[in-house]
Design a protein around this ligand. Structure first.
Ligand code: GDP
Ligand code: IMO
Ligand code: MG
Length: 424
């Protein structure tokens, strides 16, 4: 069997958590392969809402193995909070959650460095989630990081050396901090983490594939936040794209199966950085209000705009998406007209090729389509779709040249419609 990958095609928060949960019954193993607690993946079912940050979204469907892969960066203190929250609502994770020994640890000082770097950037700050993601990946790449497996061997000395190094860096910044309490929470997190099994996840995952088990890799963030292909420098610090699943799990590109690309029927972004189709008018406000566009973890208001097909097509190409999933269709239910950006005008010239830099001078070129003005939230099958909605889907499929296999019409697990009878 191969690893199927599900990933965001925009700037994150596309609804990955919800869909991974919906697809989980068809899989044996669910894995995270990059990112960390900068993610906030929301799931809703049986009138309950959960937000997952480091734990894969397959955790609620019984009998499945969930793995935090080597490409993930893990903060023990936040992990403890997440686990305890789930345990308090009756979910026992120990039997079904496993952690790669090679996953890197977010140290307390990584969070402080994140804050210090952001504050030093002033008005050009990235608007990070403040979880220490960038500094942790920086240490990984510069070969200074600590990994989950290090907790098992001579950890104290390695920890002290890392913290001392970070303190020295922090001393160059005009940044006040109090390490004591966060260190205490962090150490308590380490004890919690140690209750879980640390595994050689690359062997385990490849073992499952050899045994014909089905594995789903759950992306975090989105393609436009990818460190290489996103809107640099306003990106996260990992490869959020499909290739990240190979390095973040230790699977060969030959073992990648379906690539599910997930997008909202419009577009959002949280944090700083360019966003060509952003709306600053009442339409943007309406999208934000109807879509409840506030960060799952930080509560930050998400910037909203029309769908950007230039960026989406680029994301489809980079990831080799063969199945699309459209989320939050219901948010557009009340709109008279819907716009889709089909090209960028740069220096007076139109292009549908995503350029090197979208930081300045990119003007979106729109096509206007009729809205469907129908409440879709209770629909159960594609046979109920209004004509204008089908035209919107056809339009997107024609442009992106990939079929839209799933449509989501509300946040609940049950508000998910699989299209085409031949879907497997
Ligand atoms: P993720 O990070 O990609 O998992 O997405 P988030 O959980 O951060 O954000 C998606 C938000 O949209 C969450 O609040 C979901 O509950 C919600 N959501 C998901 N699908 C739909 C949908 O089809 N319609 C509506 N209205 N909300 C949705
Ligand atoms: P999920 O998985 C939306 C954004 C931050 C910031 C930039 C860098 O829920 O879709 P970081 O803390 O990673 O260094 O921040 O990336 N960002 C996200 N935006 N959804 C996410 O995750 C994000 N994770 C990071 O807002 O602009
Ligand atoms: Mg999110």
């Amino acid at each position: 069997m191969k690893v199927d990958v599900l990933l965001g095609l925009q700037w994150g928060d596309e609804g990955k958590g919800k869909v991974v949960d919906v697809l989980t019954p068809g899989y044996d193993v669910i894995t995270r392969f990059q990112g960390g607690p900068n993610a906030g993946h929301t799931l809703e079912f049986e009138n309950q809402k959960y937000v997952l940050r480091s734990i894969p979204s397959g955790i609620f469907q019984g009998g499945k193995v969930n793995i935090i892969g080597n490409g993930v960066v893990l903060d023990p203190a936040l992990f403890k909070q997440e686990v305890e929250g789930l345990e308090a609502s009756g979910h026992n994770l120990k039997e079904r959650l496993f952690i790669s020994k090679k996953a890197h640890l977010i140290l307390p000082t990584h969070r402080l460095l994140d804050a210090a770097y952001e504050s030093a950037k002033g008005s050009s700050k990235i608007g990070t989630t403040g979880k220490g993601i960038g500094p942790t990946y920086t240490d990984k790449i510069s070969r200074n990081g600590l990994r989950v497996g290090d907790l098992l061997c001579n950890f104290e000395a390695k920890y002290k050396a890392a913290i001392d190094r970070h303190k020295e860096i922090l001393s160059h910044y005009d940044f006040k901090y109090d390490l004591e309490q966060i260190e205490k929470d962090w150490m308590a997190g380490v004890e919690k983490l140690k209750e879980f099994q640390f595994i050689d996840s690359e062997h385990v995952v490849n073992g499952y594939l050899a045994a014909d088990k089905k594995v789903l890799a759950e992306g975090a963030q989105g393609t436009m936040l990818d460190i290489d292909f996103g809107s640099y420098p306003f990106v996260t610090s990992s490869n959020t794209i499909c290739a990240g699943a190979c390095t973040g799990l230790g699977v060969s590109p030959r073992n990648i199966g379906d690539v599910f690309g997930i997008f909202k029927a419009y577009c959002t972004r949280v944090g700083s950085g360019p966003f060509p189709t952003e709306l600053f008018d009442e339409v943007g406000e309406k999208l934000c209000d109807l879509g409840h566009e506030f960060g799952s973890v930080t509560g930050r208001r998400r910037r909203c705009g029309w769908i950007d097909l230039v960026a989406l097509k680029y994301a489809v190409m980079i990831n080799g998406v063969n199945k699309l999933i459209m989320m939050k269709s219901d948010v557009l239910d009340g709109f008279e007209k819907i716009k889709a950006c089909v090209a960028y005008k740069i220096n007076g010239e139109e292009t549908d090729e995503f350029p090197f830099d979208i930081n300045e001078g990119v003007e979106p070129v729109y096509v206007e389509l009729p809205g469907w003005k129908t409440d879709m939230t209770k629909m159960q099958s594609e046979n109920e779709f209004p004509e204008e909605f089908n035209s919107y889907l056809d339009f997107l499929e024609d442009y992106l040249e990939v079929p839209i296999k799933i449509v989501s019409v509300g946040p609940d697990r049950a508000q998910t419609i699989v299209r085409y009878k031949d879907f497997e």
